[in-house]
Design a protein around this ligand. Structure first.
Ligand code: TXA
Ligand code: MG
Length: 345
């Protein structure tokens, strides 16, 4: 299969590009498109054959449920039942935006394989003009996981999608680099209190300001992976770089020392860290923004991991950050990429 890319950035032919995407989707095909978090791989959520094509293109385990994207808040009641008042408050506060809400699903509307074996559905209204235009032109719900091959970091640029899915999907709608850079927060509204299944761009603090206390996983994702059966996606290996990745303290001297030690063992080292650090010893250095600028780090982390994959590094060191704001989501993803490993000499 040829993979076509259409750009919708300042493109005179925007309407034709959207129409091309909608034609593919209405005929049961899949299309990659940008959201404000990461690129998604969409299929019509009411068409089980189309949804099946997502799992095939990604090589994704079919028991991991997909998020359904909608173009307006009113669509929630078409696909979900028992929507609590607190959820409406969150929708008013954060939609469109990087917050997925899990509800009891309305029977018989969304294809069964979107959340197989679950009586719930995760819904989100993305805050990206291209995603919203696509959803509104389609006038239907899009099941869409991140548009990476299973086990790769989520794509934050169309080029990442092409690297992973070239020849496996017919169309990529290129809307430039995504903004948030880590996937949406997933909040289970069927739990009491509601439970954060995956931290993301809408932080715990932001949610609690609107609806009061929620339950959240511990800060150690390696432990919670085993202990959180209600977070199905979290049990799968995710975001794995080609070389082993170790999280290290964001301390310039400590990182230098680590690189020296690894060199003495004959290893080549790629380092992911803040803009300010000068680690001349590193074989490759990929900056992800100013020190403790967690928003910048979220936006640049997956791209940096992908750059490491293009090197011959034997090992990757990635500088940690704090848990403030989106930092919780960044550290969650980083520790997953590291499989929980921290470098301590
Ligand atoms: O930002 C995002 O959420 C991106 C963009 C494309 O929207 N999508 C994304 O999808 O990250 P995916 O499939 O890579 O991750 C979906 C997560 C998984 O952890 C999955 O287990 C969880 O959401 N999820 C989806 N439906 C669920 C449900 N009904 N109950 C519990 N968890 C659910
Ligand atoms: Mg994903």
């Amino acid at each position: 299969m040829e993979t076509e890319i259409v750009s919708v950035d300042n493109d005179m032919d925007n309407l034709l590009s959207y129409q091309r995407a909608v034609d593919i989707l209405k005929n049961g095909g899949v299309v990659a498109f940008p959201t404000e978090t990461v690129y998604g791989l969409g299929a019509l959520a009411t068409d089980a054959d189309a949804v099946q094509r997502i799992f095939e293109a990604k090589g994704r385990p079919s028991d991991n449920p997909l998020i359904v994207h909608i173009g307006n808040k009113e669509a929630v009641d078409k696909f979900a039942v028992d929507v609590p008042e607190n959820a409406r408050k969150l929708m008013d506060a954060f939609w469109p935006g990087p917050l997925t809400l899990v509800f009891h699903k309305r029977p018989g509307v969304i294809a069964e394989n979107v959340s197989p074996g679950f009586d719930t559905v995760g819904l989100r209204m993305p805050d990206h003009p291209v995603a919203l235009t696509l959803l509104r032109t389609l006038d239907g719900p899009l099941a869409a996981p991140s548009a990476n091959r299973s086990g790769k970091p989520s794509p934050t640029e169309a080029a990442h999608v092409l690297t992973d899915l070239k020849g496996r999907i017919p169309l990529i709608v290129d809307g430039g680099k995504t903004g948030v850079g880590v996937e949406s927060t997933v909040l289970d509204m069927t739990a009491n209190p509601p439970e954060i299944l995956r931290p993301g761009g809408v932080t715990r603090e932001m949610i609690e300001e609107v609806i009061g206390p929620v339950h959240a996983e511990s800060k150690s994702p390696s432990a919670s992976d085993e202990e959180a059966p209600r977070a199905p996606g979290m049990k799968y290996m995710h975001y794995a770089p080609e070389s082993p990745l170790f999280v290290i303290q964001p301390d310039e001297a400590e990182i230098r020392e680590a690189v020296r030690q690894l060199h003495s063992e004959g290893k080549r080292v790629a380092v992911i860290g803040p803009d300010e650090f000068e680690i001349a010893e590193a074989d490759w250095y990929f900056p992800v923004g100013p020190l403790h600028d967690n928003v910048a780090m979220a936006g640049n982390l997956y791209g940096a991991i992908r750059k490491c994959d293009l090197t011959d590094a034997d090992l990757i060191l990635a500088a940690a950050t704090d848990h403030k704001g989106v930092g919780a989501a960044v550290m969650n993803r980083l520790l997953k990429a590291a499989d929980g490993k921290r470098f301590n000499g």
